[in-house]
Design a protein around this ligand. Structure first.
Ligand SMILES: Cc1cc2nc3c(=O)[nH]c(=O)nc-3n(C[C@H](O)[C@H](O)[C@H](O)COP(=O)(O)OP(=O)(O)OC[C@H]3O[C@@H](n4cnc5c(N)ncnc54)[C@H](O)[C@@H]3O)c2cc1C
Ligand code: FES
Length: 276
């Protein structure tokens, strides 16, 4: 049973669209009954057809899951053989995915403003989190970082600007873009943009996903201001359902959690962050 209450199960999916959306990044929109069972921040384990030598499924977050239409959007970086073959899947092709996997984002207990921080391919679960907050009327600002302009998913960023904002609502939002090389938005890391926002605004909750050093920085900044912070962690995964113990997350109390079943979303204060 997953944290969303739905039983983790095998589902068929059919590719509707599979296209490049930024340098090195692809978006697959597929149709699956699983879309109705996913909570923001959970993940799926995708099986890519074609090569029997690749038996492991690919763990992937999702950006959007529409319960009514059954549409599920995943955004993925092509980094190795599995994701390369995923990018080659054609419209109409079918395969399977396991889900819902893991624990998603928790809604803030304090309904004060939230700050969302995404780095690189950490954008999908942050986009799903933004949708969740917009639907529940929680105000939020967003920082989205990438190495360079061509690696920003412009379509999703535009949606983040307008999501849940309608005439007459008091929900003005800051969406701050950063690039490491200064080719779009602020030059620098997302943590620098986050520091600027923290100096000007009060936040009740921070949500973050991105490379581990980025999340360690976001966690440190949040804790220094005593702001609750949730992070969505990535670990190498084998089984994806708690059987192989290869996705350990070290905790401050000296114990280990499993990223696949205890996470991937963790309270940042529980995580033993590596400082090196
Ligand atoms: C819970 C979870 C959610 C994820 N969500 C997304 C997502 O939304 N979009 C996305 O692009 N990627 C996501 N990932 C990472 C994705 O699973 C890996 O990039 C993918 O498995 C690589 O497969 P491959 O066969 O193409 O590459 P491989 O040949 O297996 O590896 C290529 C490179 O990617 C690294 N890598 C492989 N698996 C992982 C992993 N699990 N975590 C981090 N690095 C890895 C390897 O160390 C290697 O450097 C997620 C991972 C987890 C655990
Ligand atoms: S991936 Fe097997 S226990 Fe987490």
């Amino acid at each position: 049973m997953s944290a969303s209450g739905a039983k983790t199960n095998l589902h068929e999916f059919v590719v509707q669209e599979n296209e490049q959306v930024a340098e090195g990044l692809w978006r697959m929109r597929c149709n699956t009954a699983l879309a109705a069972e996913l909570a923001p921040g959970q993940f799926v384990q995708v099986s890519v057809p074609a090569d029997a030598s690749h038996i492991l499924r690919i763990p992937l977050s999702f950006a959007r899951a529409d319960a009514r239409s059954g549409e599920l959007d995943i955004v993925y970086a092509v980094v190795g053989e599995g994701t390369r073959r995923l990018s080659a899947m054609a419209v109409g092709q079918a395969s399977t995915m396991v889900g819902p996997c893991g624990n998603g984002w928790w809604l803030p207990q304090d309904q004060g403003r939230a700050l969302l921080v995404a780095g690189g391919v950490g954008l999908p679960p942050i986009f799903a989190c933004a949708s969740m907050l917009a639907q529940t009327g929680v105000g939020f600002d967003v920082v989205v970082g990438a190495q360079t302009a061509s690696r920003h998913c412009v379509g999703y960023v535009d949606e983040l600007r307008s999501m849940g904002i309608h005439e007459g609502c008091d929900c003005a939002r800051k969406v701050v873009l950063t690039t490491d090389d200064g080719t779009l938005g602020m030059r620098g890391f997302v943590t620098q943009a986050m520091e600027n926002l923290l100096a000007e605004h009060t936040y009740a909750q921070v949500y973050a996903c991105g490379p581990n050093p980025m999340m360690a920085g976001v966690a440190k900044l949040s804790m220094s201001k005593d702001i609750a912070c949730e992070v969505s962690l990535e670990r190498m995964m084998g089984c994806g359902f708690g059987a192989c113990s290869c996705c350990n997350v070290a905790l401050v109390d000296g114990t280990q959690a499993l990223c696949c079943t205890d996470g991937p979303v963790f309270d940042a204060r529980r995580v033993q962050w590596q400082t090196r």
